[in-house]
Design a protein around this ligand. Structure first.
Ligand SMILES: [Cu+2]
Length: 221
């Protein structure tokens, strides 16, 4: 009875299906290939979208920052730079008498002459003022024009010096020279500039702070 029922089921399934098991497998395979193709198409679309997204992200990242500068703008920028460089240069001080203060602290730093760089005319006089205590003004050997008279002020005292020889003069405060308390004077034309610059390079090695103060002062002439 049991075997008979199984046989019945088998023949019924063959009748209902109407095809061999091989045909079923082939059809299923065909369907799967279609599905694979569709899946591949979706994947391609997804990848294309991802690629497009990556492209725009990269484009955004490598895009130039700021606005494009036209020729006219460049001209105005370079003018600004020239002006700021030019403004660092010291102008000829008016009159024939000038004052330089000896200070513990000024706009340019601590232990400083003010103004630290001055341009005057031949025959002018500078009054070094002992505004703060413990300072003096003394010319530095080898850093004044050939034939010019040296000077050495006394601590805590004013000193007036008249400059009759053209050229660049470098002077110091004796107790604070290692802190770069130096000053620069240009009288008329800077005839000895190259010699002074050469000496200044060596002289600066004795500074323990403001190491490039003197060479920076010289660039202002
Ligand atoms: Cu000093």
């Amino acid at each position: 009875m049991k075997i008979g029922f199984k046989n019945l089921l088998l023949s019924a399934s063959v009748l209902l299906c109407g095809c061999s098991s091989d045909a079923v497998n082939l059809g299923f395979k065909r369907d799967l290939t279609g599905f694979d193709n569709a899946l591949a198409e979706v994947e391609n679309k997804k990848q294309a979208a991802l690629l497009a997204e990556a492209h725009s992200a990269v484009a955004e990242r490598i895009a130039p920052v700021g606005k494009v500068t036209m020729k006219e703008d460049l001209r105005s920028v370079s003018t600004e730079v020239e002006v700021s460089v030019a403004s660092k240069k010291v102008r000829l001080s008016e009159g024939s008498e000038h004052t330089v203060k000896m200070l513990n602290a000024g706009d340019g730093g601590t232990m400083i002459f003010e103004p630290a760089v001055i341009k005057i005319s031949k025959g002018d006089t500078i009054h070094f003022k002992a505004t703060d205590l413990s300072h003096n003004s003394a010319s530095i050997e080898g850093m004044i024009p050939e034939g010019a008279a040296p000077w050495a002020g006394i601590m805590n005292q004013d000193i007036s010096v008249t400059f009759d020889t053209e050229g660049v003069y470098v002077y110091q405060c004796d107790p604070h020279v290692i802190m770069a308390m130096v000053g620069v004077i240009q009288v008329g034309a800077a005839v000895n500039m190259s010699a002074v610059k050469e000496s200044a390079d060596k002289f600066e090695t004795r500074f323990v702070m403001n190491n490039d103060r003197l060479s920076e002062y010289l660039t202002r002439l």
